[in-house]
Write a protein that binds this ligand. Structure first.
Ligand code: 6R9
Length: 649
């Protein structure tokens, strides 16, 4: 890109009131890199510790000994930090604003109420025999009970594993077995865009799969009152179990490195990985990034539109805002229901000051024109944010001009499930904005650009994004499989964390994330491994071989394009296409629904049998002129056949 990007300089009045202006950002960043021990010892003071840590950073990215510990002799409780310590000053203030799918439904929950209800849930879990170190699976709608359940686990030292409500029974089963959960908390149904999703039925189906008999209890929130099957030996209603509990529950003393949660995410190979996040470092980092990146001030209403089933929901609906004593808005529905103006209407209704959303949502609104925003004023907004995928400059400008009325800076935040919190983003009082660039690293984060031989590139450069040293919010391991953690993140290049993303650094030192360089797709901001989808497909009798690639999609960012080679017994048909789509939805969930299926008599392979995905990606993108060198293919004629029958033109 040779064209000069447009720059939106920091406004003086914003900088004057921000937590960090340019000089402060630079001084603090410098210190965070030069003396991480002192820097993070100070930052740890933002939390209330039972035992103040004295050992601050003890981390190794050495491939033979990946070992990450922060604040390792400190003790604290996350729920006490998110609830108890706010009671004296702001017990009567709103912790959670809940906005239902139906615009007529909303609720304010104060810190005092959230505290009591969380304690009751914690006591209910204890009654079911859940204790420190046990895992609890949550498969829930976006209702306050989800936050209560997360905090209740934290309170008693249990480890939660939240599964996004769009995943299928098979995906639930895999995660329940992986985490060995004895308890699942779910709801009868969730409600999104007026439609009901049968969460409890999905759990019931999951619990017929092999290995899931570890699960002894299913606690069910009554959300809709819809029809569900009931299994007396394991099902209990959330309300009957929780209402009768005592309002007090002591907060368990946890070591800073005790696990707080597991969160599954897709990688380039194999089944999804359960990333393990721990207690002290995670909360310090979630709290600090929430304060500085969003310039969050006490009393402001913060709205992150993510689902709690994703890391963004963990860190910026629940833990970051509540650790900071903030007011967090939780929205049950979808941005386009009942009309495309819903986001703006919610902003007005609850006087939202900070709106954090995803490029895919912005593009979906933008596709309906500026009028979508005419049903609201949005004068309460002060700051906007995006996350989940690269934002194209057109969507950025629309968000800036139409949604924020050219008054609100936009923070484009790059980070990953593995990171725990925001890694690269423009602090709004400190860093000039460039549409499409996540700009500069957060405190303590040392990004670098590497070429494929593992050389760190200086100055203006393009290559793989790596992080040179640890930060407190980092995942410590993959649950039950540390070797996989090491192999996935620390073996591509020794001694650094490999993100899987490509990037460009410009002459100002600003980072532009260009997308994944591995076989991970980003569909509407959701991560999916091509390998996962392929294995769902080949499980169908008709499929001899399948290759999955991403292709540019106007709204989703990337769409899912599938090449399928059939076994001899089957013939291509629209019926079969439907079946294959169904197969993927069943195995993974509706979010992985293929967009395009192309029948491929055979796939382009190297002589050693490796599928040339580069070529398949080009054909899927309808860029058939620049296929590059295909002479290494075992049978180059395969390519002509695929081009001729390409499905996206
Ligand atoms: C927080 C979250 C992580 C992947 C990441 C990258 C992409 C996220 C981005 C972005 C460009 C941004 N990504 N934010 N790409 N600009 N601001 O999304 O976590 O679900 O683990 O996805 O998403 O490719 O590697 P996760």
């Amino acid at each position: 890109m040779s064209e000069q990007p447009q720059v939106h300089p920091v406004r003086d009045e914003f900088a004057a009131n921000a937590w960090a202006d340019k000089a402060q950002y630079e001084a603090m960043y410098q210190r965070s890199i030069e003396d991480p021990q002192a820097f993070w010892a100070e930052q740890a003071e933002r939390l209330e510790w039972i035992k103040t840590p004295t050992r601050i950073k003890n981390t190794s990215f050495d491939r033979d000994n990946v070992d990450i510990r922060w604040f390792e002799d400190g003790e604290l409780n996350v729920a006490a930090n998110c609830l108890d310590r706010h009671l004296a000053h702001r017990g009567g203030e709103t912790a959670i604003i809940w906005e239902g799918d139906d615009p007529a439904d909303s609720r304010h929950i104060t810190y005092a109420e959230l505290y009591e209800r969380t304690n009751q849930v914690a006591n209910a879990l204890k009654e079911m025999g859940v204790g420190k170190g046990d895992t609890v699976t949550l498969y829930m709608p976006m209702v306050p009970e989800a936050a209560m359940a997360m905090l209740a686990c934290a309170r008693i030292g249990a480890v939660h594993s939240v599964i996004f409500g769009g995943f299928s029974p098979d995906a639930i089963a895999q995660r329940v077995v992986g985490a060995q959960s004895r308890v699942i908390i779910t709801a009868d149904e969730s409600v999104r865009g007026g439609k009901h999703v049968p969460l409890k039925d999905n759990v019931d189906a999951a619990l017929t799969r092999d290995g899931t008999d570890v699960c002894e209890h299913v606690m069910v929130v009554k959300r809709t009152g819809g029809d569900i099957d009931w299994h007396d030996h394991r099902d209990t209603w959330f309300h009957t179990m929780v209402d009768k509990q005592a309002l007090e529950c002591p907060a368990e003393t946890m070591n800073a490195e005790d696990p707080l949660f597991i969160l599954y995410t897709s990688g380039s190979t194999g089944a999804p990985k359960g990333l393990k996040h721990t207690t002290g470092g995670y909360l310090t980092y979630a709290s600090m990034t929430h304060q500085y990146v969003f310039d969050y001030k006490p009393g402001e209403v913060f709205w992150c539109t993510a689902d709690v089933g994703w890391i963004t929901g963990h860190s910026y609906i629940v833990y970051g805002p509540l650790a900071n004593g903030g007011t967090t808005l939780m929205f049950e529905g979808v941005p386009t229901y009942p009309s495309h103006g819903r986001i703006g209407e919610i902003v007005d209704k609850h006087q939202v000051n900070i709106l954090y959303t995803a490029p895919t949502a912005i593009r979906a609104l933008m596709a309906h024109g500026d009028e979508t925003m005419h049903s609201s004023h949005r004068d309460s907004l002060r700051l906007l944010g995006t996350v989940g995928e690269p934002i194209n400059p057109e969507a950025w400008e629309w968000f800036y001009r139409v949604v924020g009325k050219e008054r609100c800076p936009i923070v484009d935040t790059w980070w990953q499930t593995e990171n725990g919190g925001i890694m690269i983003a423009p602090l709004p009082g400190a860093i000039d904005l460039k549409p499409g660039s996540a700009t500069k690293p957060f405190f303590g984060v040392r990004p670098a650009v590497m070429d494929s031989d593992g050389n760190v590139l200086e100055g203006q450069a393009e290559g793989n994004l790596v992080i040179l040293d640890s930060w407190p919010g980092q995942a410590r391991s993959i649950w039950g499989d540390h070797e996989r953690f090491v192999n996935t993140y620390f073996s591509t290049y020794d001694g650094v964390y490999f993100t899987g993303d490509g990037c460009r650094r410009d002459t100002d030192g600003d980072y532009w994330i260009t997308g994944r360089v591995d076989d991970v797709l980003n569909v509407s901001g959701h991560r999916m491994g091509t390998a996962e989808i392929e294995s769902a497909l080949v499980a169908h009798d008709a499929v001899a071989e399948a290759a999955v690639v991403g292709y540019p999609h106007d709204i989703k960012g990337q769409g899912i394009y599938i090449y399928v080679t059939l076994t001899d017994d089957y013939e291509a048909s629209d019926e079969l296409k439907k079946e294959l789509i169904q197969q993927v939805r069943k195995d993974i969930g509706p979010i992985a629904s293929p967009d395009v299926i192309q029948w491929a008599p055979s796939l382009p392979k190297t002589r050693s049998g490796k599928i040339m995905r580069r070529i398949l990606r080009k054909i899927a993108a309808n860029e058939c002129d620049g296929l590059g060198d295909i002479s290494t293919l075992a049978d180059p004629s395969v390519v002509d056949e695929l081009i001729e029958h390409r499905a996206n033109r």
